[in-house]
Design a protein around this ligand. Structure first.
Ligand code: ME8
Length: 508
C-alpha cells in the first residue's frame, strides 16, 4: 500500500500564515516518516485560486485574476520550501491539467443523473466561500467572519447530496477509523445523520473559474473545483504518467476542523457519484491559536510568524509545531514557547547530549567507538526503553499523532541524559579498572543518539544527519535502525559543534 498525503489547497487571497505552516509541517513530518518505513509516498500541497474572495482581491488591486494569482503564488510555493517540507507536487487550480480533469469529473456526475438545475436564492458568505442557512447566522451575520452574507439569486446546478445520506452513513459505520480523531468522526457522522441538503456546484455571476462542460455560461463553485485537486493532481503531476492506480488507494487527507464538512461529507459523496473509491483516511486537526499581543510583545518587529523560521531555523519550528499543541486538539501556543523549547529541549536535552558524548569519546577513547564483545550492547534497560518507544512511535504515527510520537522519542532523550548523570563517565575515566565499563557507557550514549536521530529525522530533517555524521554513522534513515545496539565502529570522532547554538536574537 502506498502513502499519499494531502494538505488543503490554500486560498491565495492573502499570503501564508503560521496556521497554514502548521498543516504543511505536520504533513511533511508524516510523509517523511512513512518514507523511512519504506512506503512509497506522495505528498501533495498547493493553492486554491478560483474563489470569489480571490477574484475580489485581484479586482481591488486592478489586476486580472490570473495575473494576480501568478504573482502571489510565489509566496505560497515558498511556504513548504521555508519549512524544509518536500511536496512531490504543488498544484494550482488554474493548471490546465486540473481544469481538464475537473470538467471530466463533473461531467461524470452530471451523466450519472446527480446534477439538476434550480434557482438558488439565499445567502453566500464570501469569507467562508459557502452558502449559509438562516439558522447558522448570529444577528444576521456569519459568526466566523462577522459579516452580513450576500443575498444571491441565480440559476445554479445542484448536486444531489441528499441522495447519498444512506450510503455515507453505511460507509461511516463500516469504517470506524475513516475520520480521525474519533470525536471528529462522530461530528461528521451526526451531521450526515441530521439530514443532507443538496448543494449548488456552480456560480452564474462570476467570470473567474472553470466553465461547466455542459453549460459554459457557469463556472464550477470553488469547492466543487478545489476538492477534485486530490485526484486531478495524480493525472498530471508526473508528465506522461497517471498516478491514480498507484496512489489513490493510499490517499489520506489532512486539514483543520474548519473544512471538515467539505472533506467528510461533500467530497465522499462526490467521489461515490463519480465512481471512485473513497480515500483511506481523513485526519482533522484543531486550530492553532496564537496570542497576537504576545507576538508583538516578545518579538517586536517580527510581524509575520513565519519569520520565526529566519530566527530559529526550520527544524525548531517544525519541532515546535508538533509539540506545542496536542495534534488533533485546539490549542493556544505561545511564541515564547518556541524559544523555551529551542533552548531547553533542542539545545540542552539533545544538543548538549551530542556535544558531551562526542567530546567524551574524543577525550577518553581517542575518538574511536564501536561494538566490543561482552562490553557493548548489553544494556537491557536502554534496549527495552528503545523498543517501547519504537513500537509507540509506529502506532502513533499510524494514527497521525505527531505529538504523542515525539513525546515518546523525547522520553528516550531524557533517559540518555539521566544515564550520563548517573553513570558519570568522567568519574569512571579516573579508574583504570573501569575502562571497559566506560567504553560500554559511551557506546550506549552514542548508540542512543544514533537511534534517536533516526527516529527524529522526520521532525528534524536538517539536524538528524548532523548527529549521524558527528558519530561517524551512515545517513541511512530507514526506521529499522531505531533499535538498540546497531552503532557501527567509527574513528576520528571529535567534540561536535552545538546543534542549536545560543541565540542573541530577540526577546525584544
Ligand atoms: O479552506 N490553525 O483554504 P484556507 C490550524 N481553499 N490550521 C490552520 C489555521 C489555524 N489557525 N489556519 C489555517 C481553504 N489553517 C480551502 C481549502 S481544500 C480542497 C480547499 C490551515 O486557505 C488548516 O489546514 O482557508 C485549514 O484547514 C486550512 O489552513 C484552511 O486554508
Amino acid at each position: 500500500m502506498t502513502y499519499f498525503l494531502s494538505t488543503p489547497i490554500y486560498y491565495v487571497n492573502s499570503t501564508p500564515h503560521i496556521g497554514h505552516a502548521y498543516t504543511t509541517c505536520a504533513a511533511d513530518i508524516l510523509v517523511r516518516h512513512m518514507a523511512q518505513r519504506g512506503e512509497e509516498t506522495f505528498f501533495l500541497t498547493g493553492v486554491d485560486e478560483h474563489a470569489t474572495k480571490v477574484f475580489r482581491v485581484a479586482e481591488e488591486l486592478g489586476l486580472a485574476p490570473q495575473a494576480y494569482t501568478d504573482q502571489i503564488v510565489g509566496a505560497w510555493r515558498d511556504l513548504p520550501a521555508r519549512l524544509n517540507a518536500k511536496p512531490d507536487f504543488f498544484i494550482r487550480t488554474s493548471d490546465e491539467g486540473h481544469k481538464v480533469f475537473v470538467r471530466e469529473f463533473l461531467q461524470k456526475i452530471y451523466d450519472n443523473g446527480d446534477v439538476y438545475e434550480d434557482v438558488y436564492s439565499g445567502l453566500y458568505c464570501v469569507g467562508c466561500e459557502e452558502f449559509k442557512t438562516e439558522d447558522s447566522l448570529v444577528d444576521g451575520k456569519c459568526p466566523i467572519h462577522d459579516r452580513v452574507p450576500e443575498q444571491i439569486e441565480e440559476k445554479n446546478y445542484f448536486f444531489r447530496l441528499s441522495a447519498y445520506q444512506d450510503r455515507l452513513l453505511a460507509y461511516y459505520d463500516a469504517h470506524p477509523d475513516w475520520v480521525l480523531p474519533d470525536f471528529r468522526f462522530n461530528e461528521a457522522r451526526s451531521f450526515i445523520a441530521g439530514g443532507l441538503q443538496d448543494f449548488s456546484i456552480s456560480r452564474a455571476g462570476q467570470p473567474w473559474g472553470i466553465p461547466l462542460p455542459w453549460d459554459e455560461s457557469q463556472v464550477a463553485y470553488v469547492w466543487a473545483d478545489a476538492l477534485i485537486n486530490y485526484l486531478s493532481a495524480l493525472t498530471y503531476a508526473r508528465p506522461g504518467e497517471d498516478l491514480r492506480d498507484t496512489f489513490w488507494p493510499g490517499a489520506r487527507h489532512l486539514m483543520a476542523k474548519d473544512i471538515i464538512r467539505f472533506h467528510c461529507v461533500y467530497w465522499p459523496a462526490m467521489l461515490m457519484a463519480a465512481g471512485y473509491e473513497l480515500p483511506q483516511q481523513i485526519f482533522v486537526h484543531g486550530y492553532l491559536l496564537l496570542d497576537d499581543k504576545k507576538i508583538s510583545k516578545s518579538l517586536g518587529n517580527v510581524v509575520d510568524p513565519l519569520d520565526l523560521i529566519d530566527i530559529y531555523g526550520a527544524d525548531p519550528v517544525r519541532y515546535w509545531c508538533a509539540r506545542a499543541v496536542t495534534f488533533g486538539q485546539d490549542g493556544s501556543a505561545s511564541i515564547d514557547g518556541i524559544r523555551e523549547r529551542y533552548e531547553r529541549e533542542l539545545g540542552n536535552d539533545l544538543g548538549n547530549l551530542l556535544s558531551r558524548t562526542t567530546a567524551m569519546i574524543a577525550k577518553y577513547l581517542g575518538g574511536a567507538i564501536g561494538p566490543k564483545e561482552g562490553v557493548t550492547g548489553t544494556n537491557t534497560t536502554l534496549a527495552n526503553e528503545v523498543a517501547v518507544m519504537r513500537d509507540g512511535v509506529l502506532a502513533d504515527l499510524d494514527r497521525f499523532d505527531i505529538t504523542s510520537a515525539v513525546d515518546k522519542i523525547w522520553l528516550v532523550v531524557r533517559a540518555l541524559n539521566r544515564y550520563v548523570t548517573e553513570s558519570a563517565p568522567w568519574e569512571m575515566a579516573k579508574d583504570e579498572t573501569k575502562a571497559a565499563a566506560l567504553e560500554g557507557v559511551l557506546y550506549d550514549l552514542a548508540d542512543g543518539l544514533r537511534l534517536v536521530a533516526v527516529a527524529l529525522a522526520a521532525y528534524l530533517p536538517e539536524t538528524a544527519p548532523k548527529i549521524l555524521t558527528a558519530l561517524g554513522q551512515s545517513d541511512d534513515l530507514s526506521f529499522d535502525r531505531v533499535a538498540y545496539g546497531q552503532l557501527v565502529a567509527a574513528t576520528g570522532i571529535e567534540g561536535a559543534a552545538p546543534l542549536f547554538p545560543r541565540l542573541e536574537t530577540p526577546d525584544a
